[in-house]
Design a protein around this ligand. Structure first.
Ligand code: GLU
Length: 365
């Protein structure tokens, strides 16, 4: 496949897929067949149960904001979500407590370090960001459990993103619980600093459970599509995440989502994303689609080898880097800003409606 003079890659081979009746589907199938031959990388083994994965598993799914889902390969093979859950839990913690309260406990700076590093601010013990384990344990511990157990709320939240009932892989949970001493040590440190208000054991159990939620590449594509679609599931119409937190979540995914490859990833692929050591990658092209790729062979930084290859190719073949904005569409979007306290529609309103607009209209822009 050749690059053109501007360095844009052509969209592949003989272009037969582009002329077909189902070009996206055909493209994904061809890409899948091409990349399935990559066999570098290794299964994660620090959670022993993860070594039971089949090295050949490879699924790709893409879900658009208008609700179309395209899939190739093992896109319905369940695996554990692992670190991708950090994104979903962060969104839920933001909904539970608001930005300031969550920021008081977990920062938003990339650490440039491995996922399991002890990246805490020296003076406060605040983890650098919610996508590394330290920050994720602190975030998960923020999920409210006063009305309903936190795990049920996490599962229900996942279900809003995926549109289906979600469950745990109990064997992977037990395996991580048995061996997760480093995460438990991090939780104790967080407790020592007062970042964690739950007991470290309770926090890590919940975190290990959240990591053991079973998903498929198709689920990841839908989860990404919700984030691409302002927080609304494009298939079910259900709100997965309140719109006002979507940009915040995508921002930390952009800067911190791919472990210590986050800089290289955003440089090469240009989409907010999160990966997990189960072999999944969830990527988001805001306003367009969510992409889910699953293949359990990981590179030295913990990212799926075929997953990275697939995302790089899709981005490059179609010029999808989020900063690659065509000049024709880059006219200033924001020209003037009004709120509904100052400017009203001409529709007749009841006194009660007018009172609500007086009180809340400042929030509508
Ligand atoms: N449960 C895993 C851990 O905390 C998740 C790691 C990951 O997917 O990066 O070690």
């Amino acid at each position: 496949m050749a690059d053109d003079a501007d360095g844009n890659r052509g969209a592949g081979g003989d272009f037969a897929w582009a002329l077909s009746a189902a070009p996206v589907q055909d493209y994904l199938e061809r890409l899948h067949a091409e990349l399935a031959g990559i066999d570098g990388g290794a299964l994660a083994d620090y959670i022993p149960e993860l070594t039971r994965a089949d090295r050949g598993w490879f699924g790709i799914a893409l879900a658009t904001v208008d609700g179309h889902v395209y899939q190739a390969g093992d896109s319905r093979q369940p695996f554990t979500v692992q670190s991708i859950s950090k994104a979903i839990a962060y969104g839920l913690a933001l909904e539970d407590h608001g930005l300031d309260a969550v920021l008081a406990k977990v920062g938003v700076e990339p650490s440039g370090e491995a996922f399991n590093s002890i990246s805490l601010e020296p003076a406060t013990g605040r983890p650098l960001n919610p996508m590394i384990n330290a920050g994720a344990i602190a975030t998960t511990a923020l999920v409210r459990d006063d009305q309903e157990p936190a795990l049920s709320r996490l599962l229900a939240t996942f279900a809003r993103y995926t549109g289906r009932h979600m469950g745990l892989d109990e064997a992977v949970f037990a395996s991580e619980r048995e061996t997760g001493h480093r995460n438990r040590a991090i939780a104790h440190l967080l407790r020592g600093y007062g970042i964690l208000e739950r007991s470290p054991e309770e926090a890590t159990d919940l975190y290990f459970q959240q990591c053991a939620i079973r998903v498929t590449a198709r689920d990841l594509a839908l989860m990404g599509a919700c984030l691409a679609n302002g927080g609304v599931n494009p298939v079910t119409g259900v709100v997965a995440l309140k719109r006002r937190y979507v940009d915040k979540l995508l921002a930390v995914m952009s800067t911190c989502g791919m472990y210590d490859y986050s800089g290289g990833w955003i440089f090469n692929v240009g989409m907010p994303a999160k990966s997990g050591v189960g072999g999944g990658i969830m990527a988001v092209l805001p306003g367009q689609f969510g992409l889910g790729v699953f293949s359990p062979l990981l590179d030295s930084k913990g990212n799926s080898v075929r997953g990275i290859a697939a995302c790089e190719r899709i981005s490059r073949d179609f010029g999808l880097h989020m900063f690659n904005v065509a000049r024709a569409t880059s006219a200033t979007v924001l020209r003037r800003s009004y709120d509904c306290r100052r400017v009203r529609s001409r529709r007749g309103r009841s006194a009660a409606e007018l009172a609500v607009l007086d009180a809340e209209g400042g929030r509508i822009r």
